[in-house]
Design a protein around this ligand. Structure first.
Ligand code: 1PR
Length: 562
């Protein structure tokens, strides 16, 4: 029977709306969107389900709920026993209020008595937002939730429990499953009568998430049967909280462009040069089709897939954005977070109209992307930020996209090169003392930002750059390294630690992975939050699964449900 999804498109929840639709369709359910109160279904026992999605700013989301006059139908639907599932901000809305928007009143179904409000994570001791795969804690689970699986979280605010409630499995009549991020315990999922909600994104939590949604759609409120796991498996799957609770995140990256025949292909360069050295004309290396490869990596256990349109420095009218279809098709079959980058900027359309970057991003979110990554325009924004006395002007893509879709949706792709200097005083940029001396015995270096895929160097160091991006509202850093790209020689630890020391937001290590040991080394020698690989996967040298198995053997926690 049809599942109804509250249509919150115009107020920012578009990313996970599309993914939830994809998930329900994948599970063979019919989906209808609710666009106004009159379309709200009647509660008819267990037959009809409503999913209440939410991404972005709490206040904006709740305000729109009232403005669209959806609050009353939701309350009536719940009171009449209608089955409803809330996701992410959809869960938060059931609480009385959020620190994110102190003046806005939530629905107040839970939290009033125990004084539980939505609060921001403490970022003094861990990266915020929480981005990644965490476990659930508790002993009265529901709807096939499983304490030995990993679920995908992406949020800065949560129903953080006061110390005296950290061990509770039930609060104000709601059964709860908790998650611990760093030293804070929060409500990860809750269930009471006909309402169930999760802070994690089930539509992005791979097979574990599909099981949860399927159980809700099938009215199966029983917990997952964990007796299938051996004691050894349980130990391997149990959280050790060595990484704030998060599994070591492995990302597969697809550099996409048209080849000389005009086909969209996955390619891969050495130091950003993607042309074959063996052929006379230097053909663009063709390593496969983007959607097929993305699905292959999803099945192998990739925790995330990133697509980069590497020829985006060319102006591209909106109707020709080649990655929209790629994203749309990939999102129908890959239920993990998808990031898209390249060309997230103000675009001049065929008729001369300027389409702002947040509109371009919105097209990608509508196609199923969860995050967009910004390279070139982020460097311009950082330059303006410093020229403007460390202030944004509100107009850069980082600011507009972050404001409209939340910081978690904005990744900054950094394309730096190492530059050696004799002494830190030689440059205005922050330098590091390096263990790999320069060609003339230099002991110091800085990392210079480039734009347009390494084609142009700018007077901006990585340290200063990522700091500016964080201040402007970025939620994550994708840290490439031109010197290391395609080298199979491992990551540049000095660069990663340099970048980590600048920001509190998560940093993804990229460039240089050539075997599973390189991922282990990066997690051992740096505090990176995720590792990305490209060439070694495309050339079938190793699978993502092999990387994860290697990490497990090395006593790192990795997500295993795929
Ligand atoms: O500037 O906002 O339009 O974004 C352009 C995007 O395209 C940027 O994210 C930039 O990094 C990317 N890009 C542009 N040119 C290239 C190129 O290779 N010629 N690719 C390029 C960047 C680097 C990584 C790569 C890792 C891992 N690719 O994505 O996947 O280095 O590779 P490895 O594991 O094989 O070593 P904008």
């Amino acid at each position: 029977s049809p599942q109804y999804l509250a249509d919150l498109v115009s107020f920012g929840a578009i990313g996970n709306l599309k993914s939830l639709i994809n998930t329900c369709k994948y599970l063979n359910y019919e989906v209808k969107l609710i666009t106004n109160p009159s379309e709200f279904p009647k509660a008819n026992g267990k037959k009809t389900k409503v999913i209440f999605p939410g991404v972005g700013n709490y206040g904006h989301f709740v305000k729109c709920l009232y403005e669209r006059e959806l609050e009353k139908p939701i309350r009536e639907y719940i009171a009449n026993g209608g089955m409803l599932m809330g996701v992410c901000v959809g869960l938060q809305t059931f609480f009385p209020s959020s620190e994110e928007s102190p003046d806005i009143k939530g629905l107040g179904y839970i939290g009033e008595k125990e004084k539980i409000y939505i609060k921001k994570f403490d970022d003094s001791n861990k990266p915020v937002p929480e981005i990644g795969w965490n476990t659930l804690i508790g002993d009265k689970f529901f709807y096939k939730l499983d304490p030995y699986k990993r679920y995908y979280f992406v949020h800065s605010y949560a129903a953080i429990l006061p110390k005296h409630l950290e061990d509770a499995n039930e609060i104000e009549g709601w059964k709860i499953a908790k998650t611990k991020y760093g030293n804070e315990t929060f409500i990860a999922a809750m269930w009471k009568d006909n309402v169930v909600a999760s802070q994690f994104h089930p539509e992005k939590s791979g097979k574990a998430g599909l099981e949860f949604i399927n159980a809700f759609l099938n009215d199966d409120s029983s917990p997952f049967d964990t007796s299938i796991y051996s004691e050894k498996e349980k130990l391997q799957r149990a959280n050790d909280y060595s990484n704030y609770g998060l599994a070591r995140r492995i990302i597969a990256c697809l550099d996409v462009r048209s080849n000389d025949q005009g086909d969209l292909v996955v390619t891969k360069g050495d130091q950003y040069d993607v042309r074959e050295k063996s052929t006379a004309g230097g053909d663009v290396r063709n390593l496969g089709k983007p959607v097929a490869l993305a699905h292959q990596y999803y099945e192998q256990g990739a925790d995330e897939v990133t697509f980069l349109n590497i020829t985006s420095f060319r102006n591209c009218p909106l109707k020709d954005l080649p990655m929209l279809e790629v994203l749309s098709k990939a999102a129908e079959i890959c239920f993990v977070p998808l990031t898209v980058g390249g060309g997230i900027k103000d675009v001049v359309d065929v008729d001369g109209t300027i389409v702002k970057a947040d509109e371009v991003a919105s097209l990608y979110f509508r196609s199923g992307a969860d995050k967009v990554s910004i390279g070139t325009d982020a460097v311009y924004a950082a330059e303006n930020y410093y020229a403007n006395g460390c202030k944004g002007n509100g107009q850069s893509p980082i600011e507009t996209i972050s404001k409209r879709f939340g910081a978690q949706a904005v990744v900054i792709s950094v394309d730096p090169r190492r530059v050696y200097v004799k002494s830190p005083e030689d440059v205005k940029h922050k330098t590091i003392k390096t263990s790999q001396k320069g060609p003339n015995g230099e002991e110091y270096c800085w990392y210079q930002c480039t734009i347009k895929g390494g084609r142009e160097s700018r007077d901006m160091g990585v340290y200063e750059f990522v700091k500016a991006c964080e201040a402007l509202g970025a939620g994550e850093i994708l840290l490439n390294c031109i010197d290391k790209d395609g080298s199979n020689s491992g990551y540049d630890f000095e660069l990663i630690n340099h970048c980590k020391s600048a920001v509190a937001i998560p940093v993804i290590a990229s460039s240089g992975a050539g075997n599973p040991g390189h991922f282990e080394d990066a997690f051992k020698n740096t505090s990176c939050d995720a590792c990305l690989g490209a060439g070694m996967f495309h050339r079938n040298e190793y699978t993502v699964k092999e990387v994860k198995e290697h990490l497990l053997k090395a006593n790192f926690k990795a997500r295993m449900d795929y």
